[in-house]
Design a binder for this molecule. Structure first.
Ligand SMILES: Cc1ncc(COP(=O)(O)O)c(C=O)c1O
Length: 398
């Protein structure tokens, strides 16, 4: 099954001339139904949720909680196990502060991987436990033999990206979770680069915590998601204190609400949650199998064409089956920022830098790379424009 309609028409930004957007891994463009859903909230029923009893407020509450239901179903979770956050970064920090400070001591071990985004590294450094990293092989895959050795040390948690934002590697989460659980560890998955592109079923994957971010999934900025196993969430203390997250406030102590409310203190990003609900409806309407197949087609074509560019090194797994919707690359003699800038002048938007993955950059032995990433609106023609642009880059530095 492939995408039946040309999805580019669904993204107002893309109507402008000479724009080839290949940076959806940084932030995706907003789909029109998302903009409309947020606009409707602002123009028709803006009100504070959970507190007001008048019809406008009831409508806003229903829209917010309805979005939670659809977001949960989209990822194979349940509403009671789905917390709205600001982004995936905040979702991971929530787990590290709340679950981490209760369950992980300074001598305990947290296992990360060398391909994590800083969002899945720094919160664990702040926790102050021991850290160990699963190395990345020369093929861009996780070294699962070393993973087993680390598991033998009895870690409390394994924190791993579902899809690497630099290598594109799709990690075998089911297998990682099964091995981690057998060793008595919990598993947190950073799904930022997975949820927008491939069908994700949090329960089937066996993740204890699964975090993702709305703005990469064609939704608005300012909204992220944490799915957590119910019994874990119930045992966790609040992350932030304030309105809505309590059941009773005494003068000197309080009782807290049940999850997910316990973890949603203060006025939440209501419009953004409603927008994210519209984003998952949009993706469900396209069909995640079709979205994934489209990604296979465009990413496969991009890899094939990038391999033909003289002097270009492609990072990440050679096999498409191990690769998500992106391709990072470098030229030996041309700085990635120069590559991105010259492409940018031609209307081709790619990301350059360390991609918030400095430990991985050190492993690759490069300070930075360029990254093209693909979305439902990208086509083979977009890839052709990238390749033509790279020819011009090479021409400038010839
Ligand atoms: C794998 C991965 N994790 C985490 C993040 C952080 O996302 P956010 O800034 O939305 O929290 C990103 C985004 O760049 C990412 O690619």
């Amino acid at each position: 099954m492939t995408l039946t309609t040309p999805a580019a028409a669904d993204f107002p930004v893309l109507a402008q001339e000479n724009l080839t957007y290949l940076d959806s891994a940084a932030t995706a463009q907003t789909a029109r139904p998302v903009i409309e859903a947020m606009d409707e909230y602002y123009t028709e029923y803006r009100a504070s949720i959970h507190r007001g009893v008048y019809p406008l407020a009831a409508r806003a509450t229903d829209a917010y909680e309805g979005a939670r239901e659809r977001v949960a179903a989209f990822a194979g979770s349940t509403p009671g196990e789905t917390i709205f956050t600001k982004n995936v970064t905040e979702a991971i920090n929530l787990v590290s502060y709340s679950w981490g400070r209760t369950n992980v001591g300074p001598d305990d071990l947290v296992v990360l991987t060398q391909m994590e985004h800083h969002s899945n590294i720094v919160p664990w450094q702040l926790l102050g436990s021991r850290l160990a990293y699963v190395p990345v092989t020369d093929e861009g895959l996780l070294d699962l033999d070393v993973f087993d050795e680390l598991l033998a040390q009895g870690p409390k948690l394994v924190a791993v990206a579902h899809v690497s934002n630099v290598l594109g590697t799709i990690n075998p989460i089911e297998e990682i979770a099964a091995r981690a659980h057998a060793a008595g560890a919990l598993v947190l998955v950073d799904g930022a680069q997975a949820v927008p592109h491939l069908p994700v079923d949090v329960a089937a994957l066996g993740a204890d915590f699964y975090a993702w971010t709305g703005h990469k999934a064609y939704g608005p900025t300012g909204i992220g998601v944490l799915h957590g196993r119910r019994e874990l969430l119930e045992a966790m203390p609040p992350f932030l204190g304030g309105g809505h997250m309590i059941s009773r406030v005494g003068d000197y102590e309080s009782q807290f609400a049940e999850p997910p409310a316990r973890f949603e203190a203060g006025t939440m990003p209501v419009a953004e949650a409603i927008g994210l609900g519209a984003a998952v409806d949009y993706l469900s309407g396209l069909g995640m199998d079709a979205v994934w197949e489209h990604s296979r087609d465009v990413t496969g074509y991009a890899i094939e064409r990038l391999r033909t560019v003289p002097g270009l090194t492609l990072h990440g797994p050679a096999e498409l089956e191990h690769r998500g919707s992106l391709a990072s690359f470098a030229f030996e003699d041309i700085h990635p920022h120069d590559v991105a800038e010259i492409l940018g002048r031609q209307g081709v938007c790619v990301r350059a830098g360390h991609h918030c993955a400095q430990p991985l950059m050190r492993r690759l032995g490069v300070p930075a790379s360029s990254r093209a990433s693909f979305a439902v609106h990208n086509t083979h023609e977009d890839v052709d424009r990238l390749i033509e642009g790279l020819d011009k880059v090479r021409g400038v530095f010839a």
